[in-house]
Design a binder for this molecule. Structure first.
Ligand SMILES: [Zn+2]
Length: 71
C-alpha cells in the first residue's frame, strides 16, 4: 500500500507529494499554488481519490480486495 499520493491541483496544476492519513479520509485540501479549496468529486471519498496519483489507503485496500475476487 502506498502511503503517499501526488496531489495535482486541477485549477493551477500545482502538484505536491502528500502523506495520507491511513485511518481517515481527507475531504479538503487547500492548494498552496492558487489557494483554491479542493473538495472531492461526486462519488469520491476524498481529495486523494479525485486528484491524487494514488487513491486513499481505504480505497486502495478495497480495490485490491476487489481485484483478488475477480481473479
Ligand atoms: Zn491550485
Amino acid at each position: 500500500m502506498k502511503p503517499e499520493s501526488l496531489l495535482t491541483c486541477p485549477v493551477c496544476g500545482y502538484a505536491q507529494m502528500l502523506k495520507m492519513p491511513t485511518d481517515a479520509c481527507q475531504w479538503y485540501y487547500s492548494c498552496p499554488g492558487c489557494k483554491t479549496l479542493l473538495k472531492p468529486k461526486p462519488g469520491d471519498c476524498c481529495v486523494f481519490c479525485s486528484y491524487g496519483s494514488v487513491p486513499c489507503p481505504p480505497m486502495q485496500e478495497a480495490r485490491s480486495r476487489e481485484g483478488q475476487e475477480k481473479q
